[in-house]
Design a binder for this molecule. Structure first.
Ligand code: XLS
Ligand code: NI
Ligand code: NI
Length: 448
């Protein structure tokens, strides 16, 4: 792909050139050690396997503020007083960053790309304007949109929810935003459209009609789907599970909850899941667990790649540097046959204490290398016949005889009793967990 390095009037990341693959021996913090976009792994290139995306909100909008203090970073693209000027400069900075980092995709919310106006019509106008500019930048750089979404959780009007708000006026307002964000996604050729239900849940069970709210959520999603299809959106709608934060309880609690909800409401044909690492861990699961549940259901759509901190019970959105997480995740992705039109979106932010502009690059580079290593290790693990024996060989007793008849539904509970009586006490078969763990560790050394 031939891309110019920056295309606006001003260079926002001076002194940083296009990030290159320099190999494991390099000591350059602004180089890839493992990620090499054109390197082939199992018949596809790393770029095709990993489909990395940069998120607009954390990378270009977040300045490090937390409940105890304001931001710590001053972004050179946020200096102008006029919000429209700021939005335009931010687009230039973003496309310079994407191009220098050499990622193929990006993701955005309506109001990180544009500023919200004072009315539905003003907001639509602001968004359309910025989408036009982003479209030009996409054409000039070859960047593609992985997904778009609407922020229907930050504005105070959404304090009691968006599609699940007890006030119909708010539900309709949220619909106006989702409609415009779907239009924007279509205009930018987005491959997916995401729903993260930040305030779709409750703070107090005793003042909430959960049955009615869940019905409203299903109705809202199906009308959004109908609209998207009517305007030519051919991609996948994605629901992003998260159990809590900001609400005490969120309806899209975890992968299995969302899968049940989509199936209950006949939405599983158009919707899949966008699984986020830190959301899975907040729900008490491993990242790979939620990926596996989505994959088993045939509903793994895309990934928000980040990580939490085991000592913190909130969504810290750190860059995904944990090699085990990446190995376990890529094992699920490879077994699933790849991410399809999904990708690995870095829903991650540098720490409040990381205040140099180059830290934005260093965070992304580290996570891209971590997933590239995860890919190499997972590919090696899955190619080892001992691994499939250890996992699938355990079920051999169901491949023939009575085990097969059980799977086919041919044995009653009484028949099973008779089998047990005839067989006597079953022989113990080791699960060999330590052996499985050792094999993965061995591959970490040999594959990278
Ligand atoms: C917040 C979510 C959010 C979604 C997009 O926790 O991860 O960033 O990915 O609305
Ligand atoms: Ni996310
Ligand atoms: Ni999150």
């Amino acid at each position: 792909m031939n891309r110019s390095v920056f295309i606006g009037d001003r260079e926002y990341f001076p002194g940083i050139a296009r990030i290159q693959h320099e190999g494991p021996e390099s000591d350059n913090p602004l180089a890839f050690k493992t990620y090499d976009p054109s390197r082939a792994v199992g018949g596809k290139t790393m770029e095709e396997h990993l489909r990395f995306a940069v998120c607009y909100w954390h990378t270009f909008c977040a300045t490090g503020g937390d409940p105890f203090g304001p931001g710590t970073r001053v972004h050179p693209w946020a200096e102008k007083g006029d919000p429209i000027d700021r939005s335009r400069e931010r687009v230039d900075a973003a496309f310079e960053f994407f191009t220098k980092l050499n990622v193929p995709f990006w993701c955005f919310h309506d109001f990180d790309l544009a500023s919200e106006g004072g009315s539905v019509a003003d907001s639509e106008k602001n968004l359309e304007q910025m989408v036009g500019m982003a479209r030009e930048r996409q054409d000039a750089t070859g960047m593609k949109l992985l997904w778009g979404t609407a922020n229907v959780f930050s504005h105070p009007r959404y304090m009691n929810g968006a599609s699940t708000n007890p006030d119909f006026a708010v539900v309709a307002y949220a619909a106006s935003q989702v409609k415009a964000a779907i239009d924007a996604t279509v205009e930018l050729g987005g491959e997916n459209y995401v729903f993260w239900g930040g305030r779709e849940g409750y703070a107090c069970l005793q003042n909430t009609d959960t049955r009615r709210e869940l019905e409203h959520m299903a109705m809202f999603l199906s009308k959004a789907r109908d609209y998207g299809r009517s305007v030519g959106f051919k991609g996948t709608f994605l629901v992003e599970p998260k159990p809590m934060e900001p609400m005490k309880h969120q309806y899209d609690f975890d992968a299995l909850t969302v899968i049940g909800f989509l199936r209950q409401h006949g939405l599983a044909g158009d919707f899949k899941l966008n699984v986020e690492a830190n959301h899975a861990t907040l729900a008490g699961h491993a990242f790979a667990h939620d990926l596996r549940m989505a994959a088993d259901a045939g509903l793994l759509g895309s990934i928000d790649a980040n990580r939490g901190d085991p000592q913190n019970g909130w969504d810290t959105d750190q860059f995904a540097m944990d090699l085990y997480d990446c190995v376990h995740a890529m094992m699920v992705v490879l077994e699933y046959g790849g991410l399809g039109n999904g990708g690995l979106n870095f829903d991650a932010r540098v720490r409040r204490e990381s205040t140099d502009l180059e830290d934005l690059f260093i965070g992304h580079i580290g996570a891209m290398d971590a997933f590239a290593r995860g890919l190499l290790v997972a590919d090696r693990v899955l190619a080892d016949p001992r691994m499939s024996e250890l996992r699938y060989g355990r079920y051999r007793s169901f491949d023939s005889g009575d085990g097969k008849r059980f799977e086919d539904g041919e044995l009653s509970l009484g028949d099973l009793r008779d089998v047990a009586a005839a067989n006597g006490e079953p022989r113990r078969r080791s699960g060999k967990q330590e052996l499985v763990e050792n094999l993965i560790n061995d591959c970490i050394v040999t594959a990278c």
